[in-house]
Every structure is written in structure tokens, then in C-alpha cells.
Design a protein around this ligand. Sequence first.
Ligand code: HGY
Ligand code: MN
Ligand code: MN
Length: 425
Amino acid sequence: MIDAAARAVKPPPMTSNRTFGERVMRLVDDLARHTDGPGLTRLYLSPAHRATAEAVRGLMEAAGMSAGIDAVGNVAGRFGPADGPVLLIGSHIDSVVDAGPFDGPLGVVAGLVAIEALGREGVPLPFAIELLAFGDEENVRFPTNLSTSYAVAGRYDPAWLEGRDADGVSLRDALRAFGTDPEGATALGRDPGQAIGYLEVHIEQGPVLEAENLPVGVVSGIVGISRARCHVTGEAGHAGTVPMTMRRDALAAAAEMIGAVERIGARRSDTVATVGVARPQPGAVNVIPARVDFTIDARTPDDVVRAAMMTDIAAECRAIAERRGVAFGLESTMESPATPMDPGLTAALEAAMAASGLPPRRLVSGAGHDAVAMATLCPAAMLFVRCLKGISHNPAESITAEDADMAVRVLVEAIKGIARSRQGS
Ligand code: HGY
Ligand code: MN
Ligand code: MN
């Protein structure tokens, strides 16, 4: 996965007097061309994911890293010695459906540009840097949770390989079709004794930094996430002949349940609950729906509150099902814990921000990130970058080259600060 000999070639000079930010924007734009459609859609292990992984590997190698694609589809590039202490930097290159270009790739590209800069400067580092492009952060295709970053953290659950996508393809078969050996998935864990920390640059995906006119901020913690698949089963019937009082309409029941999810999610200012997918069957204009499958995504910074919210949602759905004479089933598909970021690494990011004349600003992340998985391996911290109107998971997602430039400068300065602290200076 990582070539044995770490090649110490110098990365290419900046091709013009481009700023870090301009290079980041150009590279993100280049990677955005790899899509399976609609729009920018790059699901885990898809052809577009493969093409993007190959492109990232090429960029890593051009920057002087030894790079490879591992058994679960991560791209991993190593800058510096092949053994010994290592600082991990990364984010994901998979996307949601019809996504924006920055959610994930910004963190990979910012890491690359920072490593290129450190290579050009010839900064002596007391550790290697490993750049990672994870492949399954969005968990859209398979019922997994951050499977490829958990693989790097040494916590890959082999049961995930049996999970199937909407077409019935198992994760095991998808990995084989991608060109990897799924049996290697559980052997990717990095040595916790050598992993000195993990840094991730990511768009905020929220409106706070823009509202406060700040280019970047640091993440205090990442919310916990519960996800579930729900199944409502009623009875198909003729839309014209079955009296309203004699129906077991699965879609009308699901609609009431979806309203309950929204109402319960809105009870507190620190909770959210979303039904992102609802599929009625048979889906004909003149047939009373027999079945609806829908999803729940519930989040809070407090795991006790989250468990209580899911209990209330399930109880309310069961009561609605009982009253309407339909069957209801709920299966959990994700339980991701609320994850505080490492104080030491967060302070290193804040010191780097201060060195760039920026005030400290800490934010809770309402989005999940690979940092949740990486925090089980080593200290983890995140740098958020302002994005236009907080828009994300949307083609309108955008950032400025100036903010991208600031993010790379803060990342470079933070890496130097971590190096200084390890050298005792
Ligand atoms: O759903 C999330 O929070 C992330 O975008 N995967
Ligand atoms: Mn993301
Ligand atoms: Mn996302």
C-alpha cells in the first residue's frame, strides 16, 4: 500500500506565481470532473471514485510522496521516512448525490498543497506526513459508517463487507470490482504508537464563519449521529373504490411519522432530525400505497439526548402505526458517537491562526467527518473553512481562493508548530 522506499524527490515548483488558494481551487475543480452523475456524484467504489483516486495518487507522487490505493479504496501518500512517527492529514473524496465540489476534496487538496509547500521549503520535520483520501465518509451507498477511515484506525468491522447497496451489490463484491482484495480491509490499521495526530481541513457546511466574517475556525467537537431505516406496511387498494375509513394507507401513515420526526427533532436547539429518503410502493397514482421505506438521521452533541430522541421517535411512530392499523419496523444503520476534538492539536491550529492574525473561533460540527474515526486512533483536530451561505451537499457549495489560501497557510503553520513542540523548541 505504501511503497517501501520513501522517495525524497522535491515536489514541483509552483507552476506560476499562483497562491496556495489558486492552486487549491484549480485542483478541486480538476477532481470535480470525475463524476458518475447526476451533477457531481461520486459514490464509494464507483467508476468516478476510482478515477478520482488515481488522480489523487498521481498528485501525491508528483509532490514527492510514495502513494498507493489500499484494500478499501483509500489513497494514502507518505511524505518523509517510511517508518517512525507520522502526522496524518486527510479527508474524503466520495460525495453525496449531486454534491458540491469542496465537501471532502478540499481537505485532501489543502493537505497536498501544504505538503508541497513544506517540501519546497525543505522544512526539517521530526515526523513523516501521511496524506489520506478516504472513500466512504458519506455512507450513501452502503449501510456503513466511515468504513475506510475506521480501516486506517484499525477498527474495520468485517461484517460491513456483507452490506449491500440499492442494487443488491455487496461491499465485498464492490471492492473486488474496484480492484482491491476485501480480505485486506482489517489489516490497514496504523500503529497508534507512531500516529502523532490527525488534522482535517473541511468546509464548515454552516453559516457561522460567514456571518462573523471569519475565513477559518476550529472544531470543538463533532455531533453524534443515529441513522435508521424504517418500513411501513399497509395494504394496496384501488384509489377510487376503497372508502377512506377502510384504508391502511402506508404513505399517509409515513407522512404522519415523518412529521413526528421533524417535531421531535425541533424540540431542542441542539438537536436535528431529518428524513432524507422516502420510497412509497407501488408508486402509482391510482393505487393506495402498500409500503413506504424511509430513513431517519438524528444528531446532537450529547449522546444521552440523542438516544432519548431516537426512543421518542420510535415510540411515536409505533403509536401512529397502531392507530392506523399498519405495520412499522425500524432498524438502526448507524450509531456514531459525539466526538470532542483534541485540545492540544486544536491549540496548535489556533496558534497558527493567531500567527496569521486571526482571532480564535471554535465551532461544533453538525456534520460527521472522518475525524470521528481517526480520533479512535490518535488525537484529532479540524480546521473549518468559510463557505458561501453555509451551503453544502448542493452544487452551489463554494469557497473563495483567499479562504483556501488562508486554510493552507494555517495548516502549514500548524504543522511547523507541532514540529517545534516535538523538537522541544
Ligand atoms: O452526513 C454527514 O454529516 C456527512 O456529510 N457525511
Ligand atoms: Mn464531508
Ligand atoms: Mn458530506
